[in-house]
Design a protein around this ligand. Structure first.
Ligand SMILES: [Zn+2]
Ligand SMILES: [Zn+2]
Length: 178
């Protein structure tokens, strides 16, 4: 049996009121899993990994990928679209894939898993152009933990702030790509 002394020396009560090891925080633990998921991406533009957690257990995970059974960028190349952003600058996006967050949310939906009050771990700030931030709020997810900051992530940060969704960055380095 674990003694009270052992618990006091090795464990601490973290912000969210449950026991967490001093050696690795729960956020680091689940983000490590998201980083492994990230490696499975089939499109090298905007690689992203996502893990959804409820009651300290992983309930869904996925990576940026074409919908199941579809051809992937690794197989047939990117599906590039040119678009103009709200600053009238031209941007290029590969539109073959669902974002990691969308695939993880869809995977939970297939299994009738409710995401209300869940925590979503993602390797960079969710996007707004494909409505990931909006979907996360609509699912009732109440906490979003990101590793890196997406260069166009400010709009998502504002969506989470206004919806009372807690947003945390672990690394916080800004990722830039065209
Ligand atoms: Zn692609
Ligand atoms: Zn997205």
């Amino acid at each position: 049996m674990v003694s009270k002394k052992y618990i006091e020396e090795n464990w601490s009560i973290k912000d969210h009121g449950y026991l967490a090891s001093k050696h690795i925080s729960r956020d680091d633990y689940f983000m490590d899993i998201a980083r492994v998921v990230w490696e499975k991406c089939t499109c090298d533009r905007g690689k992203c990994g996502c893990v959804i957690v409820k009651d300290h257990s992983v309930i869904s995970s996925w990576f940026a990928n074409a919908p199941e059974w579809s051809e992937t960028c690794d197989m047939v190349g990117h599906q590039m679209f040119s678009m103009v952003n709200d600053k009238w600058e031209k941007e290029e996006h590969c539109m073959r894939n669902n974002c990691a967050e969308q695939n993880a949310i869809a995977s939970a939906a297939r299994k009738w898993i409710a995401l209300e009050w869940a925590t979503l771990y993602v390797t960079m700030t969710p996007c707004t152009i494909r409505h990931c931030a909006h979907m996360i709020v609509a699912c009732g997810i109440k906490r979003v933990v990101c590793d890196k900051r997406y260069q166009h992530g400010q709009e998502a940060e504002e969506i989470f702030r206004s919806a009372w969704v807690e947003l945390v960055y672990l690394d916080g380095e800004t990722l830039k790509y065209n």
